[in-house]
Design a protein around this ligand. Sequence first.
Ligand SMILES: Cc1cc2nc3c(=O)[nH]c(=O)nc-3n(C[C@H](O)[C@H](O)[C@H](O)COP(=O)(O)OP(=O)(O)OC[C@H]3O[C@@H](n4cnc5c(N)ncnc54)[C@H](O)[C@@H]3O)c2cc1C
Length: 610
Amino acid sequence: MGIKTVYEDCDVLVVGGGMGGTGAAYEARYWGRDMKVVIAEKANIDRSGAVAQGLYAINCYMGTQWGENNPEDHVRYARNDLMGMVREDLAFDMARHVDSAVHKFEEWGLPFMKSTETGRYLREGKWQIMIHGESYKPIVANAARKSADKIYNRIMVTHLLMDESRDNRVGGAVGFNCRTGDFHVFRAKAVIVAAGGASHIFKPRSVGEGMGRTWYAPWSSGSAYALAIQAGAKMTQMENRIVLCRFKDGYGPVGAYFLHLKTYTQNAYGNEYESTWYDDTKSMVGEYIDHHPTPTCLRNHAFIQEVKAGRGPIHMVTKEAFQDPHLEEVGWENFLGMTVSQAVVWASQDIDPKYINPELTTSEPYVMGSHATCSGAWCSGPEDLSPEEYFWGYNRMMTVDGLFGAGDAVGGTAHAFSSGSFTEGRLAAKAAVKYVNDLKDEKINVTDKQVDELKETIYQPLDNYTIGRNEIVSGTVSPSYLLPIQGLQRLEKVMDEYVGGISVNYMTNDKLLERGIELLDTMEEDFEHLGAEDLHQLMRAWELKHRLLSSQSVAQHTLFREETRWPGYYYRGDHMQLDDENWHCLTLSRRDPETGDWAMEKAPVYHIVD
Ligand SMILES: Cc1cc2nc3c(=O)[nH]c(=O)nc-3n(C[C@H](O)[C@H](O)[C@H](O)COP(=O)(O)OP(=O)(O)OC[C@H]3O[C@@H](n4cnc5c(N)ncnc54)[C@H](O)[C@@H]3O)c2cc1C
């Protein structure tokens, strides 16, 4: 193959320069002054990841200096929202450090809104503070740029390398440059994966000409999960997908509307509906429905049931708040900083929220570990907090030695959001530097054989296309290859219909899951025949393979947990109850990298905060 290979040897490799990755690079430099720190990023760190377009609020800030909240309070909040299932050690660890990360953002130039009464950061809710956040991402990217020795933009990392001198130890990563096609080999003593969660694994509401309009960033392809799974790392809570209630068609955020504008919802006939589902929900989840605030999934549940009962659509009542010119301005500005397209959708559909109450909808499910759910890798917690089962030497290290995670990559840490993900990057990097220091002069051994085999695998879709193209004279349907878009639609359909997507009202059961898993396994064979017309399609092919691995993991976990723990996120029709007696636990999986077989187990959930 006439493809150039570029080698880079480093101490700490950061895969993905989003919120977690930029935090990791910043902190790795602080603790590892003489270490070589490198970032490999699929896009360009200035505008990459879920925060690319900016944010209007930082959703995780304790305000401990003003006595607003303590880390314990945040653990209780996240635990409550996740129906009891979080890694409290990881959550506490993030919460006790997050304020200092937020103070850095201000130091680096991010404009914060301040309360005119107190001079403190302006609160939107108990945890959120409001920012003028269009430039949030370039600001943290700048800090990472000053810290890293080298940043490789446009590199799609496809696989991790394994050290061949010791079992179960990472040795770096490989990928290709999506613009030049060069093959990149990063040999590293420690790798921090911060490559974000997964959109487009379930069929989205917007299809056809609307395709690409999703709540979660369409470019988040589950690489954080797939890279870890391929390397044999254990995963946790992958069944805990997230469904969002958002403004219809534009997926515009509702947080500022509920919290700051004090808007509220009603059904198509102008009635409050949430309380009418109280008894129904109580019969499924017991006393969890009485918790405050009501867990997000349970609010979704009432919404979904009300629409199913024929009283949709659900509207957000904006007409009252928008009579106040200040709130009207805030309502529109809320989109300009992070979801401009919602304003455009309203304009195109003749919706002025001052006169019309806009529709809401529930999204297709996504998999991510830093928002209101906690899918991801099973990582060690910090030494001073974690029970024995949760600690194996280095904070945020996965079950593969030298492999760390941050942000969406880490399981069990819901409600970290942008600031918490950046903080987790910092925590992971501090531990990774310690890991590298502890290795002393021990070398990582990655043979040419391992690298050459991966090179062949990575570029195979280009060959599949070049050869297979000769068999067709027009159109896109080939007897011998499958285009990434065709594969993506096949994947989304199976996940939607069998694993609990929108078209089945988030419902699944053991039989559906077993069949879905068979279909996903067949797809794995089919995807050996993906054809890529150019480098962009090669990236799409690898994104798809990462999405498939993430999806297989989601399906396996959903089958394993025989209960409906989070109604409103998904339902197990054969086990419609929350079952604390048997399932007050975390779920773990490991895919054997040699055989592809999945092994499932339960792990205890320890409540370390009262
Ligand atoms: C729609 C939406 C709205 C949100 N709103 C808020 C909010 O208002 N306030 C708030 O605080 N938080 C918000 N969040 C949460 C916040 O954005 C995430 O918690 C945070 O971005 C997660 O950080 P991360 O590093 O894990 O992932 P990201 O920040 O998404 O970064 C992942 C990075 O990995 C790169 N990457 C992906 N695959 C590869 C690969 N194979 N090789 C190399 N690089 C790769 C990506 O390009 C990206 O740069 C929101 C999230 C979403 C999706």
